[in-house]
Ligand binder design. Sequence first.
Ligand code: PLP
Length: 243
Amino acid sequence: MTENILTDAERIEWFENNYSEVKEKIALACRESGRDVNDIILLAATKTVPVSVINHAINSGINFIGENRVQELLSKTDALDKTVHKHFIGTLQTNKIKYIINEVEMIESVPSVKAAEEIGRLAVKNGKTMDILLEINIGNEESKSGFLPAEAETAIKEVSKTPGVRIMGLMAIPPICDKKQDICEYFCKMEKMFIDISAKNIDNVSMVYLSMGMSDDYYEAIKCGANIVRVGTALFGRRNYNK
Ligand SMILES: *Cc1c(COP(=O)(O)O)cnc(C)c1O
């Protein structure tokens, strides 16, 4: 399938052709739902995207990126434009947290109390507090990590007592849905949970960020309250996994 591989130049061209469109669609979703476009963070999901392309995107206005793999994140760090805000959005292995504790501003994909406690322990050791989002397995899927909706509130209360971490919101990757209406139901459930937890005013918990929506559904996610959308393919083209 080599004909499917995009060169760096083609990827930059893709970005040039699609960035404005993504921003316009975000603006439209905001207008239609009475929200301020300045409240939405467009986070570029940059897994497999080469640093030269990411830096080009940063120069064009992208100021948040999310990486999925610890090794890849570390290998990109030196060459990456230092102005960008970095989030970790991938599957989090507890034994690798130590490598990213000083490399990212936020860990969005915290799947368990145990992981949150390890983040807290390492943050304290490094004299800092790490902002985290708790990943909710909103579709109750066996194959996915994250807190089950039914256990989320109890878990949040437990994590909120952990020194070194500050819960800033929720993140979700809903099940793959054929119909937009189905994905919207998951997004709406997330919005409801976000609002309900916020209303409980739990100490050390700030429901500021609701991170959901990817290339195919960021428009719907924003309409359901998302304020971080994680967009990869729509900005950079198809990923080359075999590189
Ligand atoms: C890859 C990835 C995205 C972006 O996916 P696209 O469909 O390419 O926009 C968003 N969130 C997470 C957690 C990802 O791993």
